[in-house]
Write a protein that binds this ligand. Structure first.
Ligand SMILES: Nc1ncnc2c1ncn2[C@@H]1O[C@H](COP(=O)(O)OP(=O)(O)OP(=O)(O)O)[C@@H](O)[C@H]1O
Length: 291
């Protein structure tokens, strides 16, 4: 399956939700789609899932426009944070409808997940709590076995233990039936170990698209004596700095940051995590782009 996003712009009136997005989504990878509130993540995912049309540019799934294209949409399951199901359907009916739509649907997976999340086939979607509705969304997303499954913050109302179950289930499914997952989340610390690649958006633009490992290796937090730190960071790309009495802490981002080089300069150095990088990379308004 080839998913190409070429120079895509999406405007809502005067609001530019997406501007000139270029992105290729490859087969059999787990992507983290990250960015601050309003960065354009949901807009992008809805376009890929064929729910809407770009204002400009093109999205193609195997060469075809996904908008209103039933054939292309069989391979895409988009689960958003809420309103995934018509109210007043029994869970049993939701499963039936989904099984008719998705060609690779696994009823066995669906029934197992309902049990994991303590949902009952006879329950009505109208009476579900927020957490139960999320659990049903996750069940449909995973049981669909769609070639591309998009989860847009699907955890509203889920407690921590149910969320960790969800993360384990994604990995389990991915290992058994490799396919592409795109996960948009603000709970980055919880889930970033799942991401093979990170897509980071800022103000409707693609700020960075990188392998997770590479992204971490391009980062460094240095701290220590202020003069030593200042001398070390000279000429490097600084994302953030803070000073406390005589000591300074700086977050750097650039090509292959060498921890030994910092340690040899007499300062402490470690890698950043994805959450810290997302916060500081998106802070630089009007700053650099990393694609
Ligand atoms: N239907 C709409 N009408 C008008 N503006 C919209 C519409 N949908 C999105 N927007 C605007 O487009 C921008 C991007 O919104 P989007 O929902 O894609 O962001 P997001 O990255 O998913 O945010 P969040 O993390 O808060 O869910 C925002 O400024 C939002 O207000």
């Amino acid at each position: 399956m080839s998913i190409l996003i070429s120079n895509v712009t999406k405007n809502y009136g005067a609001k530019h939700a997406l501007r000139g997005m270029n992105l290729t989504i490859e087969n059999d990878k787990i992507y983290g789609l990250l960015g601050r509130n309003g960065a354009g993540k949901t807009t992008l995912m809805k376009l890929v899932a064929g729910h809407d049309l770009p204002s400009n540019g093109q999205i193609t799934i195997n060469g075809k426009n996904p908008f209103n294209n039933r054939e292309a949409l069989k391979d895409i399951c988009y689960i958003s944070e809420s309103n995934n199901f018509k109210k007043r359907l029994k869970i049993k009916e939701v499963l039936k409808i989904s099984s008719l739509f998705y060609p690779n649907w696994s009823n066995e997976t669906a029934l197992r997940l309902l049990e994991v999340f303590q949902l009952d086939l006879k329950m009505n979607t109208k009476g579900l709590s927020k957490g139960m509705e999320s659990a049903l969304g996750i069940t449909i997303g995973l049981a669909s076995r769609a070639k591309l499954t998009i989860f847009d913050e699907p955890y509203i109302g889920l407690d921590a233990s149910a969320r960790y179950k969800f993360y384990d289930l994604i990995l389990e499914e991915f290992e058994e039936y490799p396919r592409t997952f795109v996960l948009s989340t603000h709970l980055i610390d919880e889930v970033s170990n799942l991401f093979e690649e990170v897509i980071l958006m800022r103000s409707g633009e693609l700020l960075l698209h990188e392998q997770t490992e590479e992204m971490v290796e391009n980062s460094m937090i240095v701290s220590g004596n202020r003069e030593k730190v200042d001398s070390f960071i000279s000429g490097k790309n600084v994302l953030h700095e803070s000073t406390l009495v005589g000591s300074k802490t700086v977050i750097l981002y650039g090509e292959k940051m060498d921890l030994r080089e910092a340690k040899n300069a007499g300062i402490e150095a470690e890698r950043c995590n994805i959450q810290q990088l997302m916060v500081h990379l998106t802070e630089e308004q009007g700053g650099k782009m990393y694609v």
